[in-house]
Ligand binder design. Structure first.
Ligand SMILES: [Ca+2]
Ligand SMILES: [Ca+2]
Ligand SMILES: [Ca+2]
Ligand SMILES: [Ca+2]
Length: 233
């Protein structure tokens, strides 16, 4: 009996070792076919930039298609203020507005109208976007006050004001943008930020952030057509 008991104990011990479960990594069941990695993006299906591949919200959902991402109403003096790159610093010509199509669809910007205060009162737009102007998803549109814009500007669509300078007075003025059927879609009040900054105001971080002075993070004085670090949108 003792020998039989001893053999039974050995048999049970062998069986227990042979059936030991191997340690394995837990299986994460993602339903977005991204191989289990984290994909940052807007996860709100109601947003214009909803990202169907995202599994972690980036805090940057957008609910209007077109945003004002940067504005230069006070070009710095000297050649540093030559925002349009034509070799001449001009207080009016080097003013610019940077708009971004943050939606997942193209925007037909044809017929959109830009006004400063004076021209809004007179019903005479400073700029009317010409026919056939299509802003692709996640792309930029730059409007300079005038001059001969020279450079790549992040491959943005670049125009100069068609009817008059933008004429954004540094001390007090308002930029108003209307769509092609006259709806006001963007209003920017210069005065709230007016302190003769000698640089642009930009959303920092781009698109998601508030409009603050461009150089606050040592990124130069402006970045027409690109993100503050110079990369394209
Ligand atoms: Ca100005
Ligand atoms: Ca210039
Ligand atoms: Ca003005
Ligand atoms: Ca920019």
């Amino acid at each position: 009996m003792k020998i039989n008991n001893f053999l039974s104990l050995i048999l049970v011990t062998i069986l227990c070792f042979s059936c030991k479960t191997e340690d394995v990594e837990p299986v994460v069941n993602n339903n977005n076919n991204n191989g289990g990695s984290t994909v940052l993006g807007c996860t709100d299906a109601a947003a214009v930039n909803y990202n169907t591949q995202a599994n972690s919200d980036d805090g940057c959902c957008q609910y209007v298609n077109l945003i004002l991402n940067e504005v230069l109403y006070d070009p710095p003096s000297g050649i540093d203020g030559d925002a349009n790159g034509d070799g001449v610093r001009d207080a009016n010509e080097d003013e610019f507005i940077e708009l971004i199509n943050v939606s997942n669809s193209d925007i037909d910007l044809s017929g959109y109208e830009f006004y400063d205060n004076t021209n809004l009162d007179q019903g005479m737009p400073n700029h009317v976007v010409p026919p056939g102007t299509i802003i692709n998803s996640n792309s930029a549109y730059i409007l300079f006050g005038g001059g001969n814009p020279t450079g790549s500007f992040g491959n943005a669509i670049v125009h100069v004001a068609s009817a008059a300078f933008l004429n954004l007075n540094n001390s007090s003025d308002t930029l108003t943008i209307k769509d092609d059927i006259g709806n006001v879609i963007i209003v920017f009040d210069v005065e709230a930020l007016s302190n003769n900054p000698d640089e642009s105001y930009s959303r920092i971080p781009d698109i998601c952030g508030a409009l603050v002075q461009h150089n606050s993070l040592s990124n130069g004085v402006f970045s027409p057509g690109t993100r503050i670090d110079g990369s394209p949108f």
